[in-house]
Design a protein around this ligand. Structure first.
Ligand SMILES: Nc1ncnc2c1ncn2[C@@H]1O[C@H](COP(=O)(O)OP(=O)(O)OP(=O)(O)O)[C@@H](O)[C@H]1O
Ligand SMILES: [Mg+2]
Length: 260
């Protein structure tokens, strides 16, 4: 497998606030990587750098061994190729929708990139995502999960090579989450997903990249090994302590914050 995404010593700040600190990362084509870390650790920012919408303050981001800079993306042909190959599902789907109907929303990207058979592709992707009945609706009036599925359909219809998913299951019900997991497992492209849910992380990939509150990578390796490592889980604050009630007895202990 060849290297598709490389971050070399990447740091990023919003104003004075450092949110990514000397990040080194190499991802090969076809890998399924899960990015874990507490709120504010920099996960969304990291995905935005890989999507070429934010640029490192220090260090380099390379896609297929080519350095991605604002200047490089001013080249229309290159930008067109990169924007079609590397796509990001935003944490908040509202920031992605802007068309009057679901049909137009999904067709928009395909039209931008000059794909054939737009009608046919809209039909295929809406059927796969179970949203065929929404085609004439305004995307703005949909539920959170419905919006997320529309955004996913518009991205997947471009047949990208790198799919960046920022908390894709946050708005999805269990059935849709199950569908997404199965779907991603069968997909042979590179998928990089952020989540807080350690149980889901195991299903979303086999490699975990974990960001600490200091915005550094504290773990990069097998998810199964990470989840077994209490010390690392505590270091990344991905386990927490709170009171439980068992019958009349209250006690408190560390545990993972989801169904895992
Ligand atoms: N546009 C912005 N301007 C200023 N600060 C920002 C901006 N976007 C994010 N931040 C700050 O940068 C830090 C990292 O944000 P980021 O969204 O990358 O975190 P995250 O790990 O994705 O968090 P969450 O789990 O809540 O989604 C946060 O402290 C956030 O407040
Ligand atoms: Mg985020």
């Amino acid at each position: 497998m060849s290297n598709i995404i490389t971050l070399k010593n990447v740091s990023f700040r919003y104003g004075e606030k450092t949110v990514l600190n000397s990040i080194d990362l190499q991802i090969n084509g076809g890998e399924k990587v899960v990015i874990l870390g507490v709120n504010g650790s920099g996960k969304s920012t990291l995905l935005k750098i890989m999507n070429g919408i934010l640029f490192p303050e220090k260090g380099e981001f390379l896609y297929k061994n080519e350095k991605i800079t604002e200047k490089r993306l001013k080249n229309k042909n290159f930008a067109k190729k990169f924007r079609r190959e590397v796509v990001l599902l935003f944490q908040n789907p509202d920031s992605m929708i802007f068309n009057p109907t679901v049909y137009d929303e999904i067709a928009f990207g395909m039209r931008q990139f000059g794909l054939d058979d737009v009608d046919k592709r809209v039909k295929i992707w809406t059927e796969r995502l179970g949203i065929s009945d929404l085609l004439n609706r305004s995307p703005f009036e949909l539920s959170g999960g419905e919006k997320q599925k529309v955004c996913l359909a518009s991205l997947l219809s471009l047949q990208p090579q790198v799919l960046l998913l920022d908390e894709p299951t946050a708005n999805l019900d269990p059935r849709s989450t199950g569908w997404l997991i199965d779907f991603l497992q069968e997909l042979d492209i590179t998928v990089i997903t952020t989540t807080h849910n350690l149980g889901l992380a195991l299903e979303l990939g086999n490699r975990a990249v974990v960001l600490s509150e200091n915005h550094e990578i504290v773990y990069d390796g097998e998810i199964t090994e990470f989840i077994k490592n209490r010390e690392l889980l505590e270091k990344a604050n991905l386990v927490h302590k709170h009171k439980h009630r068992h019958g009349q007895i209250y006690h408190s202990h560390f545990h993972l914050h989801d169904e895992y």
